[in-house]
Design a protein around this ligand. Structure first.
Ligand SMILES: [Zn+2]
Length: 337
């Protein structure tokens, strides 16, 4: 297995470092490609990972654009990016590994463990433990859309600083999930934030633009690149106290009536579900007020399906919704459609 040794790489350019993984049956090794860039000046090491879930593609494009950023000429320290962590799942358009495991539940992994455990272990040893900070890029699961948002454990002050610096208006305080990259990195005192934006198997331009800008903002905050006039944070960012899913009360064809990122009032009509056996519509209403941060993209739903992810911001919903609207107007017109 090739190893990452940034100090041995010439500064000022990207280096493609292939990391060996167990191959598919009948094939030789699979390769996880890490790209490493060392600045001409010393500084911290930041990792950026994408496609931990193999069908989540926005992060790959975020990393591609980031790698071409002119602002990297002023880089202090080192960046290690991995555009596709879950190489096996990616090749199948699947969130999971071929052994049906979720890679983000098996960290820190083991060199003698399952396929998932071995992939996790390579990422841990070669990328995460060689870094001081990390950003893990995700999208919503298949057939769901997430408004660009940061999820982070905000009790940790360093994590909170990175989460706010990223600069998207929605921040959700989220506990560490057992077996996640974020948890394992945190146990090694490596602060990690998760960016969740867009939908699996699709590219979403606003999510991509906000992601590239967010990474640059965090690097500015960490002193890794010099400040830019383009660095503009929302005037206020809101941290959600809690969030909930509004579910389908009926099975049928789903007609959504609300836009992602908007303020939802208690009892507001969110959707209608048409039953093909009665040709009658049933209503979906909000049980509580909040901001719509994620929603299903499926037109066919089953009773009990999660339809709308609504985050609750104490007493400032209209402000938050205005922030989200301004943020998205700035980045582009076709948001969440
Ligand atoms: Zn994911």
């Amino acid at each position: 297995m090739t190893q990452i040794n940034p100090t041995q790489l010439p500064a000022g350019q990207w280096h493609n470092v292939p990391l060996s993984l167990p191959g598919a049956p009948g094939n030789s090794d699979a390769i996880m490609h890490a790209f490493v860039r060392r600045g001409r000046k010393a500084g911290p090491t930041l990792f950026i990972t994408a496609a931990m879930h193999g069908d989540e593609l926005n992060g790959l494009e975020i990393i591609r654009r980031f790698m071409r950023s002119r602002r990297l000429t002023s880089l202090q320290g080192t960046v290690i990016v991995v555009p596709v962590v879950n190489v096996h799942g990616f090749g199948m358009g699947s969130r999971y590994l071929p052994d049906r495991r979720d890679l983000n539940r098996v960290f820190p992994g083991s060199a003698k463990g399952s396929l998932a455990g071995r992939v996790a272990e390579v990422l841990m040893q070669e990328v995460v433990l060689k870094s001081d900070f990390g950003i893990d890029l995700h999208t919503a699961a298949i057939h769901r859309y997430n408004v660009p948002q940061i999820r982070a454990e905000l009790e940790n002050r360093v994590v909170e600083g990175m989460a706010m610096a990223f600069g998207v208006p929605l921040v959700l305080n989220s506990e560490l999930r057992e077996g996640s990259l974020r948890e394992s990195a945190g146990q090694n005192q490596i602060p990690v934030i998760v960016y969740e934006a867009g939908e699996a198997l699709r590219l979403d331009e606003i999510s991509i633009k906000a992601g590239v800008r967010g990474i640059e903002n965090v690097m500015t905050h960490l002193g890794m690149i010099s400040n830019s006039r383009r660095t503009r944070l929302p005037t206020s960012q809101a941290v959600a106290d809690s969030s909930y899913w509004e579910r389908a009360g009926d099975s049928g064809v789903f007609h959504n009536l609300v836009k992602p990122g908007t303020y939802i009032k208690k009892d507001q009509l969110l959707a209608r579900i048409i039953s093909p056996s009665t040709m009658q519509a049933s209503e979906v209403r909000a049980s509580r007020a909040g901001i719509l941060v994620g929603l299903t993209q499926m037109a066919l739903v089953y009773e009990g399906d999660a339809l709308f992810h609504i985050a609750r911001y104490r007493g400032m919903h209209e402000d938050v919704a205005n922030q989200v609207e301004r943020f998205h107007e700035e980045l582009g017109p076709d948001f969440g459609t």
